[in-house]
Design a protein around this ligand. Structure first.
Ligand code: UDP
Length: 336
């Protein structure tokens, strides 16, 4: 990946600066580590592997400026993390199916994990970026979602462990900024997708692609008219970097404002894969947001950021990587 300039056209992180990425073995985290190494940073990736996979980091493990540490973000950080200059806090299960299977760990990761990272940022004089989420808007009353929107979250429902956990994290970041002057950044991510999504993670893009490639029915929850706005991972990672290096605390929405219904997504996946799978309806999960689309005026104005990869191109790249991974698993020598 080529170096990324800031809105002003320069990259303020000096080559060799030490950057911690929690959730570094996860889907977005592994792409971020790759980008940071390309910028010349020394990268420490921390992950407890509850939803991340070291396989995501396979190409980086031998890199001289990369180090992986298996540790839980809720525990005291390993000594190697002391003195870092930047912290990207991405650790948290993000698929509804996964986080609802481990709601206690999910809420603790957001509350305790963020607290640990804020304390580390204080001790180290580091800047901390929190990966927050469009879920803070819940089943939004305003459309599209703007950062000023306070959200419409069910605090007692099955998604609350994630939604309220992330809202608590945002509140804690701003509490530290106000009380102790900690330098923080808040990014609200909208449905990131791309290569290295886990085929079994239960998210809609992973499910549809896996089902289409295996000739299974595509499972459309509810009537399929609910919408999401899918952002390709390279665009998300570029936005995270730009926000970290900007002079803005946020929150900033990072998402692709092109809205798509789940039925339309299923049809696009069928077209791109050439699959003859059928669509079958399954019950809509409780509290499933009906519509989701980011207003990205802030990201455009503050960061000069907008997504560059359209849905069809992003899906085609993702499908190609799913196919390659399946092929590698089938080959007699196994994954490479
Ligand atoms: N969904 C679906 N089929 C699936 C998985 C998900 O129709 O196999 C729907 C889900 O009900 C939601 C949307 O796709 O409306 C996005 O779900 P996902 O779990 O990917 O993320 P969310 O945006 O809900 O966190």
């Amino acid at each position: 990946m080529s170096p990324i300039g800031t809105a002003a056209g320069r990259s303020p992180i000096a080559a060799g600066e030490r950057v911690l990425v929690t959730g570094g073995a996860g889907f977005i985290g592994s792409h971020l580590c790759e980008c940071l190494l390309a910028q010349g940073c020394e990268v420490l990736a921390l992950d407890n592997l509850s939803s991340g996979h070291t396989q995501n980091l396979a190409p980086l493990l031998s890199h001289p400026r990369f180090r992986f540490m298996r540790a839980d973000v809720c525990a005291s950080p390993p000594p190697q993390a002391e003195g870092v200059q930047r912290i990207f806090n991405l650790a948290c299960p993000a698929s509804p199916a996964q986080y609802q299977r481990m709601p206690v760990q999910t809420v603790l990761t957001s509350a305790l994990g963020v607290w640990q990272m804020l304390e580390l940022a204080q001790r180290s004089g580091a800047r901390l970026l929190q990966a927050s989420t469009s879920e803070v808007y819940g089943d939004a009353l305003q459309h599209p979602q703007r950062e000023e929107d306070w959200g419409h979250v069910n605090p007692l429902g099955p998604r609350a462990c994630y939604d309220e956990g992330k809202r608590c994290a945002e509140a804690m970041l701003l509490a530290y900024a106000r009380q102790y002057g900690t330098t923080v950044r808040i990014a609200r991510l909208f449905n990131t997708y791309g290569p290295r999504l886990q085929p079994g993670d239960g998210r809609v893009v992973s499910n549809f692609i896996r089902q289409a490639l295996q000739g299974e029915d595509l499972t459309l929850y509810g009537d399929g008219h609910q919408t999401r706005s899918f952002c390709y991972v390279d665009d998300t990672v570029r936005g995270l970097w730009l926000l970290m290096e900007s002079g803005h605390e946020g929150p900033v929405n990072l998402g692709n404002p092109v809205e798509c219904s789940m039925r339309e997504l299923a049809e696009r996946v069928l077209a791109i894969t050439g699959s003859r799978s059928r669509l079958v309806h399954r019950p809509l999960p409780q509290d499933d947001p009906r519509r989701r689309r980011p207003d990205i005026a802030r990201a455009a104005q503050w960061l000069g950021w907008r997504p560059e990869i359209g849905l069809d191109e992003g899906l085609a790249r993702t499908v190609a990587e799913f196919r390659a991974r399946a092929g590698a698993l089938r080959s007699p020598s196994g994954p490479t």
